[in-house]
Design a protein around this ligand. Structure first.
Ligand code: ZN
Length: 409
């Protein structure tokens, strides 16, 4: 249990509005609620639920693994005080309990800095309150630690060294795109430079980088924020998910100055990402002129080396993956679990990466608006090292299972 816990209310003035009846009981409620949240934060939990039941609250915590665990019960007579304690912290209106509300507060538990997003919702037996915990950690993962193949890493570092242009990081949700971008920023940001980031979720902190996020009640759009951010002339800019034409335009325009612009995009591959941008109305020649590289990535379970099980690659498997493998090749599958992997068969995740640096030839095809199929074929021809090759190499080396690799492509 962490020793030092500091709460920082979103609206400090509201503390006086708390409907305290018995000061001693109120104090114990505060302590109880704070203790539950601090304990949850200490164990890395992602949610704290106050679930209203007929005779009070059931408090459950969603642990990092995803399961909900009951940690406490609050009796009916303390229900309102408990709800109000959290609503005050989150800057919600405690005079209103019949409308859904959302807000947030910040908290420091030991060395951990957290942002807690609070949602309240009237239900049959009172207000359901869900607190989502997001942890602010310093980005420490370096580019060389992401697990890129040395050839991919070297080519990517060369692209970064250009010092300007747009770098797109694509992949499905949960594929580790943010981690790659933060590692890239750590790689290139010099102490005398300015980096600005704008992302709905600020997951990591980077020394020398100023970050912001859209607020529910703010009076500007994400695209306006991007335009404003570029006007400050950062050397490095990081734009969270591009999801519409205004955001795409603002991002691309920003990439025409002497700066590196990173942006995330949910897309299956580099060509789909390029296609998405042109579908959003970006002029192909602008895109071709600004786009420096596209990283496409996936995240797969890393096998526990203590209990993984080897099996030989046969002709059937070779046909399935479409490669001739060296004689005696073997793949691995997760074992039944052991103490080293807490019985799961896996230890964390490993990224699969492909890097695409658009060739002059491909640029001409994009500008000529050639069919996406030909553009895709050309891109694959340009790429010496695809996601599939990276995955199969990592499967042959026993880091990941072939099944996971094939499923994520
Ligand atoms: Zn194991």
């Amino acid at each position: 249990m962490a020793e030092k816990v500091v709460f920082e209310s979103a609206r400090k003035a509201d503390a006086d509005m708390r409907q305290a009846r018995n000061p001693a009981e109120d104090k114990s409620v505060i302590e109880e609620v704070d203790k539950v949240i601090a304990a949850a934060a200490d164990t890395g939990a992602t949610e704290v639920h106050l679930e209203p039941v007929q005779d009070g609250y059931t408090i459950r915590v969603r642990e990092a693994g995803g399961a909900l665990r009951k940690v406490n019960e609050i009796p009916e007579r303390l229900k309102l005080n408990v709800a109000n304690r959290i609503k005050v912290l989150a800057g919600l209106d405690i005079t209103k309990s019949r409308i859904p509300q959302s807000g947030y507060f910040k908290m420091v538990v030991g060395e951990k800095k957290l942002e807690l997003n609070v949602f309240s919702q009237p239900m049959l037996y009172g207000e359901l309150i869900i607190i989502k915990l997001s942890y602010k950690v310093s980005a420490t993962l370096r580019l060389a630690q992401l697990g890129m193949h040395p050839n991919v890493l070297a080519a990517y570092q060369k692209a970064l060294a250009r010092g300007s242009g747009l770098i797109l990081v694509t992949g499905p949700p949960g594929s580790g795109k943010r981690s790659s971008i933060y590692a890239s920023i750590l790689e290139i940001l010099k102490p005398d430079q300015l980096a600005l980031g704008f992302d709905p979720v600020v997951k990591y902190e980077v020394p020398g980088m100023v970050q912001g996020k859209p607020e529910e009640k703010s009076e500007y759009t994400f695209a306006e924020a991007v335009v404003g951010l570029m006007r400050q002339e950062p050397d490095v800019a990081y734009i969270g998910e591009i999801s519409n034409d205004a955001e795409a335009r603002a991002t691309i325009q920003g990439a025409f100055a002497k700066r590196v612009v990173f942006a995330r995009m949910t897309a299956n591959d580099s060509v789909s990402a390029i296609q998405n941008l042109t579908d959003m109305g970006i002029q192909p020649f602008l895109l071709v002129a600004s786009l420096v590289a596209v990283i496409n990535q996936r995240l797969v379970h890393r096998l526990c080396t203590a209990c993984r099980q080897a099996y030989p690659a046969d002709a059937g498997l070779e046909r399935e993956i479409g490669f001739k493998l060296p004689d005696g090749s073997q793949f691995f599958r997760a074992g039944g679990g052991c103490p080293a992997c807490n019985g799961s068969g896996h230890v964390g995740n490993l990224g699969l990466f492909e890097l695409y640096r658009p060739s002059e030839e491909l640029g001409k095809m994009i500008i000529a608006k050639e069919p996406v199929q030909s553009i895709r074929a050309r891109a694959f021809k340009d790429m010496s090292f695809t996601l599939k090759v990276d995955g199969i190499n990592k499967a042959l080396a026993g880091y990941v299972s072939l099944e996971d690799v094939l499923n994520c492509l």
